[in-house]
Design a protein around this ligand. Sequence first.
Ligand code: GLC
Ligand code: CA
Length: 557
Amino acid sequence: MNSEKRAWWKEAVVYQIYPRSFADSNGDGIGDLNGITAHLDYLKNLGIDVIWVSPIYASPNHDNGYDIADYRAIMKEFGTMADFDRMLSEIHLRGMKLVMDLVANHTSDENAWFVESRKGPDNPYRDFYIWKDGKAGGPPNNWGSCFSGSAWEKDEKSGQYYLHLFTKEQPDLNWANPKVRDAVFDMMTWWCEKGIDGFRMDVIGMIGKENYDDGPVRPGALYGDFAPSCQHTQTTHRYLREMRERVLSKYDLLTVGETSGTTDNALIYANEDESELNMVFGFEHNDGLNDGTPLGKWSDHGAPLRDVRAPLNRWQMDLQGRAWNTVYLGNHDQPRQVSRYGCDSELFRAVSAKMLATLIHTLRGTPYVYQGEELGMTNIYFTDISQYQDVENHNAWKQWVESGLVDAQDMLRYFARISRDNARTPMQWNREKNAGFTTGTPWLPVNQNYLLINAEDQVNDPDSIYHYYRRLIALRHTHDVIVYGRFVPLMEDSDEVYAYQRILDNQVLTVALNWTDRKVPCALIDETEGEELISNYPTHQKGFLQPYEARVILNKN
Ligand code: GLC
Ligand code: CA
């Protein structure tokens, strides 16, 4: 093997649980910790090594837990600290690990720190957040929030404004204050002492604010961009190195940053020297599909192969040997991957879901599976604004539709394609009422295709998407070439076939994926006489790939 360092978090497969929608144990319609504990064998049988749970801390849920009121308490809808301790020990008993979501760029406005801070300029917690005087009767600068509207909220009491890069119920912490860093690092240490195995760090690339200058305004945009002052700054890197030194280096953790940015940024965050994080999530293969208009993600943009492959391959090439990568297509902020990148029609759903799975599990980097993806769960395609729960949709609706800037039908079409609620509908466990998710009324409707798509049926069907994931995960655990092999892109001119090799010592893995619903010519695999490790078709056609066909061949020289 080459000189690269081995690490358990490079060899692992991570499964993301969105707790609200995973499994409800007490009939209140909201998933909970005991629901997770009851389904651990399902995850173990799938082959999962690490579970990442989206936030489970006390929260008023303006953004489903990404607004934390108390970092050391469990959200009451999700259970108690005793439920947490039992869940953690049951996870460890099965040889799996638990990664917590660390949301520390901002807190909830109901967090005790903010409640104090808001009391006035003299309060000892005032500097825990970012307070500024207004300018010319308006906010301190022109920044827009990620969830529409200004990034500043005026507090009537003191007349000052506080910064919130997300909703106004999510005030940004002031990391420049050493007391904030002490408080966050203490809290992280407290969870590490409880025995957790890592952190997924929410929008961590935004913690280091360097100035509060107006940001550039794109044509047609209503607000300025905060990124030049807040994203991927030297200051952020300094805080992460301090975090590494004071907390992370003391434990054996998996750390993954939700940073977005380019490979240049990733090379610093996730450098092999381990001075900051183990790995980061790139966004160029999903956010890069936006139209570049002021509407951002709200567009009709599809996912043609070239637009997806170019950024994925760039991340593969730029990072290899220098920084560790993640591989994912879906999560709680993205629509369902089979609906977006594959095809969710009855005819092609299974085969395209398996093709996409092959991609995620044979590219170089740690693969992340989002709950229900292993069943080929699809978008729900709501048709009315009232069906959406997500604050991101409602804020965008206010900003663009209610103001008359965008047509309602257009916006609903964009929402149906890309809304986060598509991926947040309850997990489809079986054919029973509410797909077995709850005996009560689910907080978000269950997708009615659960009679066709559910875990119980797929566990019993050896040809299912679930079993295909199981086989892919097992291959990672038995073939070093899948984890550590060098990535070599192939056929980069093709509009139809995504192909590449992975090479380790004398082993060559060749992967060919048909990204289309048509049979397409492809000679690559015919020339490669080797062992077929996995495919989503039982038989093959010489010189062609069938619709969404995936082939993985291993050669030993
Ligand atoms: C991250 C989370 C997202 C959340 C946002 C604000 O992007 O993944 O769900 O809304 O940060 O915390
Ligand atoms: Ca519940």
